[in-house]
Design a protein around this ligand. Structure first.
Ligand code: AR6
Length: 184
């Protein structure tokens, strides 16, 4: 739909259901309890089957969940990817409670974790813009700035060749396309 290349990494905007995406890693917009929910979280657990939840429960036992802005990784059950990264976005409370920083941390920590496991490709949903109520336009700015800044920092260990934003809603896809057109 729209692609921009930074260094060796291609950033693309797609529309559709992230559970149908094929590659190394999909990112889940989870909650701190890691016990599933609605939205993309529900879709990933439904499509991936019970194995993902079992592993989330193990992580809960070990570290008691996942705070906003952080990320954890599991296998992918029946999904056509190697891993699922579960990150927890901020709940929108008007913008004055560090939401932008927390949201940027979600993208950064997911990219770091993906590199730690040697992934070459990753797909992100529009974290926090559903049930957590983050307005779509500023969330798009934060997401694309976080990802492009990460790549422009030329991390030595970056192996990601493909970063896809899989937008479920067309207005999100349009925002991402427009942002990347400005970047060109
Ligand atoms: N593929 C891609 N994107 C999707 C899909 C899908 N199958 N389904 C929804 N989206 P949300 P949040 C989009 O609500 O706002 C859960 O209950 C959706 O259109 O899934 O971070 C968790 O357990 C929106 O643009 O996540 C948490 O409690 C984006 O994904 C809470 O919701 C994020 O919407 C997290 O809320």
């Amino acid at each position: 739909m729209k692609t921009v290349t930074i260094g060796n990494t291609m950033i693309s905007v797609l529309t559709g259901d992230i559970t149908a995406w094929k590659g190394d890693i999909i990112v889940n917009a989870a909650n701190s309890g890691l016990l599933g929910g609605n939205g993309v979280d529900g879709a990933i657990h439904r499509a991936g089957g019970p194995e993902i939840m079992e592993q989330c429960k193990e992580i809960r036992k070990l570290q008691g969940g996942c705070p906003p802005g952080y990320a954890v990784i599991t296998g992918a059950g029946n999904l056509d990817v190697k891993h699922v990264i579960h990150t927890v976005g901020p709940i929108w409370e008007g913008g004055g409670r560090g939401e932008a920083q927390t949201l940027a941390n979600c993208y950064r920590s997911s990219l770091q974790l993906a590199n730690e496991v040697g992934a070459h490709s990753i797909a992100f949903p529009n974290i926090s813009t559903g049930i957590y109520g983050y307005p779509k336009s500023p969330a798009c700015d934060v997401a694309l700035k976080a990802v492009t800044d990460f790549l422009l920092g030329e991390p030595e260990d970056n192996r990601l060749e493909k970063i896809d934003f899989v937008c479920f809603e067309i207005d999100n896809a349009n925002l991402y396309v427009r942002w990347l057109e400005r970047y060109d």
